[in-house]
Design a protein around this ligand. Sequence first.
Ligand SMILES: [Zn+2]
Length: 80
Amino acid sequence: MATNNQPRIERQVLLFELDRRCLFADCNHHVFIGLTKQEAMEYRGFECSACLRWNDDNLIRKDVPEWWEEIQANQDQAVH
Ligand SMILES: [Zn+2]
């Protein structure tokens, strides 16, 4: 009998979108990146969806105005 049937509590997953361009000049693809708050805290870049190369990137305050201080606080702890 299936017992994994508990109602899931849908926590409000906040997702925000970054609007970026691939940093490689020969690509310059427009990339949208959806991040949860948790992912935002660990965000260090993105893989371009067109050329699949890694783009080093960081959030700026404008990306996450509401979470900025919280994210910064968490990132500070992770700095090595
Ligand atoms: Zn690219």
